[in-house]
Design a binder for this molecule. Structure first.
Ligand code: SAM
Length: 243
């Protein structure tokens, strides 16, 4: 999958050369292109922003350099389609469902703002607007990195173990069950007996129940969206009866 990032700070995406995403790039599973709209300016100072019409503080990103960058990327892709996402605190809140949907695409183009944000006409150049959460960052780059990481780890061959993504928090609108590794006892706390039993059916049942318990305790809102089986409802009843 190809990730294109339009940013005033392409060097911030060098961090994607680290760890599993670095390996995924080396293996050709993902391809990352960060490009600055400054390359597509026409003045000596490579200006990409200007003061807002109507007055007010800060600078607004001009549509021209962003549109020219997107045209350049379209040409470089030789007509292959992309999906354009504008990072903004005004967008829909990013979730695992976005990551899942994006991971089915051939190419994703992310537009990162800075300063006071985008000229309104840049919004007309994109397919959707996404927010990392209800807070304001200095720029869209941290949001783009989070979105790339959440999406790329769902691609075949990136994690190396496809099951671990399927099992994790939010994969089925549930939080993950508690995980343990060695030592068997740490500061008086023992690993639950069932996990050391070797009984795979009992382990699977315990994990499902603890996943439901954790979701119920921490994010009951998620349970409303979860596709619960008859067995899940039995486990939830057990949890409620234990309380
Ligand atoms: N004036 C803008 C507003 O109120 O919507 C905020 C501008 S913000 C300081 C600069 C840039 O950071 C934005 O254009 C956007 O790209 C990025 N940004 C800030 N907060 C974000 C968030 N929660 N999610 C995604 N991008 C964000």
């Amino acid at each position: 999958m190809r990730f294109e990032i339009v940013t005033l700070f392409p060097e911030l995406f060098d961090v994607l050369r680290t760890g599993l995403l670095g390996k995924a790039q080396d293996a050709g599973a993902i391809d990352v292109h960060a490009i600055t709209p400054r390359e597509f300016t026409t003045d000596r100072h490579r200006t990409v922003d200007d003061s807002p019409y109507g007055g007010g503080s800060g600078m607004v990103l001009m549509p021209g350099p962003f549109a020219a960058t997107l045209d350049h990327l379209d040409e470089a892709r030789a007509g292959n389609p992309t999906h354009r996402v504008l990072l903004t605190p005004q967008g829909t809140r990013f979730s695992q469902a976005h990551a899942q949907r994006f991971s089915d695409l051939e190419c994703l183009t992310l537009l990162c703002g800075r300063y006071e944000g985008f000229d309104e006409r840049i919004r007309g150049l994109v397919d959707e607007e996404v927010s990392l959460g209800d807070f304001v960052l200095l720029g869209g780059e941290a949001a783009a990195l989070a979105l790339i990481e959440a999406t790329a780890r769902l691609l075949p061959g990136v994690l190396g173990n496809e099951e671990s993504a399927a099992d994790e928090s939010h994969a089925e609108s549930l939080l993950e069950y508690p995980q343990y590794t060695r030592p068997e006892e740490f500061r008086g706390q023992k690993v639950p007996e069932v996990l050391r039993s070797g009984n795979h059916a009992a382990i699977a049942r315990w994990r499902r129940k603890e996943s439901l318990r954790r979701t119920l305790e921490r994010r009951p809102d998620l349970l409303e969206e979860a596709d619960l089986s008859k067995e899940d409802r039995v486990l939830l009843k057990e949890i409620n009866d234990e309380a």
